[in-house]
Design a protein around this ligand. Structure first.
Ligand code: FES
Length: 573
């Protein structure tokens, strides 16, 4: 890797012609002195800060800290805003906009005089969207995860953000929580800046980028409000300048080995099922061959080491105090490519070889895991020809092999209208089937797969049932939930053909998901099926519907897979 390379930004700021004058002159409105235009690496700080994304609300301050580090190392920091995706407010679902945000990031990086990039991320989709966009340009890039909130507290107990949401129906309807109770939970669970502090999708994404080698070691678990998070951000600012000088591009780090490492680590921490769809999309951008089956192959025989909600007991703050992700990486070293490079110039093995564990109740040693075979199981069968996924560590063991009668909901609205109808013919052995929540059908594949159980069964004490859909599930949720069914119902997958009363077989050990109606009947229904009309005729959403790929490919837009590098073939004139 050269240290004397001509900087990419030189094509803008180093020119002596009219456009060089224009590029420099207008930048000078911000008061930059001459030496900023003469060979300093220009570092773009890609900021997903937004008050509409509360989990990223502190990243404005973080950008200033990153800038300190960039300046100390001799770089020229320039912060730029990109589309931010706030999980808890955006309608109909942030997933609809992940690919849009990635386009914003990609084009913003490529079109501007940047030599390296720092991605400031936090809430669920802000990590994969920015990374997907950055991959399609492939400049030196480092990720600064914004960090989790402090542990939620409610009347002396720890509570996890997100996870309580899935209990509200039960708490109000069965345990008679008062409005004051709910208010106290609401305020106590979100008591600091940061993203959800369960091992939900945001924490999973932070651990994903650390295990891919894209953060400084130990970055993922540091709470957002811990001073050490800012230290990490500052050090990342210093490091990205060196990475530019070393020409250490994303593609140098993001090899097939890095992806396999991330799959193993995700299983060991009990990470979200959303990991699957985002990792596949990221691999598609950087040009690494990765399939849904790889998630099962590398991730399903991995012991669960992290005792974190929703699979376990603790929260991210505890995880950090116990030693954080470096402990898990060290414990998992027999299953990892320890020579995989990381952004600090050392291998993942070197970075984590001496990581001490301070609490074995939070992070177990690999020889005494909390669960033997965790991870994700990829199911196949006539109900999911291209695959579906389940997280066995979050499921009920007695349901992992089951045959049950389908109770079908044609849409999420149909589900809400009928699920608590006292006359609904359903019991705990039934299988709830939800259609129309895939990438094309919803559109945008929302996190609704873990639908609440009928109130009459909750009141009977039932706490889990098999639920099948072409949607996703929040990383903060659990249950025997089969997700990401591909092909989805809206494009004619067999899920579209399921009717009330059909028998469905699930056998997780055999990786089988089967609609037991006979091949002839399946073919007859298929011949009669007609696709639903697209839900919109124009705009980005129509473009999304026309181009989104199925879940087993990562639900990226077909036109966005791969990359176009950092070259812009026409100048500004
Ligand atoms: Fe933003 Fe959970 S809602 S991380």
């Amino acid at each position: 890797m050269s240290t004397q390379r001509k900087l990419r930004s030189h094509d803008w700021f180093g020119k002596s012609d009219k456009m060089g004058f224009v590029h420099r002159s207008w930048f000078r409105t911000q008061g930059y002195p001459d030496d900023y235009f003469t060979g300093r690496p220009v570092i773009g700080i890609c900021n997903t800060w937004s008050e509409l994304t509360p989990c990223n609300g502190h990243l404005r301050d973080f950008a200033e800290v990153v800038k300190r580090g960039v300046l100390e190392a001799g770089g020229f920091p320039v912060e730029f805003p990109v589309t931010s995706l706030g999980e808890t407010v955006m309608r109909p679902t942030t997933m609809l906009f992940r690919n849009l945000a990635s386009m914003d990031v990609e084009e913003s990086i490529r079109a501007n005089p940047l030599d390296g990039v720092v991605l400031l991320t936090g809430c669920d989709k802000t990590t994969p969207s920015t990374l997907m966009g950055a991959c399609s340009v492939d400049l030196p890039t480092i990720v600064v995860p914004g960090g989790p909130m402090l542990n939620g507290r409610f009347r002396g107990e720890c509570i996890g953000s997100g996870s309580f949401n899935w209990l509200i129906k039960e708490k109000q309807g069965v345990e008679n929580y008062s409005p004051q109770d709910i208010h106290d939970v609401e305020t106590g669970v979100a008591r600091s800046q940061g993203h959800c502090m369960t091992m939900g999708t945001a924490s999973t994404m932070a651990c994903m980028v650390e295990s891919l080698g894209l953060t400084l070691p130990g970055a993922a678990a540091i709470p957002a409000v811990d001073a050490r998070k800012k230290t990490m951000a500052q050090m990342s600012g210093r490091r990205i300048v060196e990475m530019v000088r070393e020409d250490m591009k994303l593609s140098h780090i993001l090899t097939r080995a890095a992806f396999e490492n991330a799959i193993v680590i995700n299983s060991a921490i009990g990470g979200s099922t959303n990991f699957i769809i985002h990792l596949l999309a990221i691999a598609g951008r950087i040009g690494v061959e990765l399939t849904l089956d790889d998630l099962d192959r590398f991730g399903s025989k991995v012991p669960l080491l992290a005792n974190l909600k929703p699979s376990g007991k603790y929260l991210m703050e505890d995880f950090y105090y116990a030693g954080g992700l470096p402990v898990v990486i060290r414990e998992m070293h027999p299953l990892l490519h320890n020579d995989a490079p990381t952004v600090n110039g050392k291998t993942i093995g070197e970075n984590n070889a001496a990581a001490p564990c301070y609490n074995a109740d939070v992070i177990a040693p690999a020889i005494r895991p909390f669960q033997k075979d965790a991870g994700v199981a990829v199911l196949k069968g006539n109900l999911a020809e291209n695959g579906a996924v389940i997280k066995p560590s979050a499921a009920s063991p007695h349901l992992l092999k089951h045959r049950g009668r389908a109770v079908v909901f044609e849409s999420i609205e149909d589900y809400h209208a009928r699920i608590d109808d006292p006359g609904l013919d359903i019991d705990e052995n039934c299988v709830i089937v939800l259609k129309g929540v895939g990438p094309v059908g919803y559109p945008g594949m929302p996190e609704v797969g873990n639908v609440d159980l009928p109130m009459k069964l909750l009141q009977k004490g039932v706490r889990d049932m098999i639920r099948i859909s072409d949607g996703r599930m929040s990383g903060t949720a659990g249950g025997t939930v089969i997700l990401h069914v591909s092909p989805e119902s809206a494009v004619g997958g067999a899920l579209a053909l399921v009717k009330d009363g059909d028998m469905i077989q699930l056998d997780v050990a055999a990786r089988r998901l089967h609609l037991d109606i006979g091949e002839e009947e399946l073919a007859r229904r298929k011949a009669q099926w007609t696709p639903p009309a697209p839900r919109t005729t124009r705009g980005y959403v129509r473009f999304y519907i026309d181009h989104v790929q199925q879940a087993h490919l990562g639900a990226d837009l077909d036109r966005l897979r791969g990359g176009s590098g950092d070259k812009v073939d026409r100048d500004l004139h």
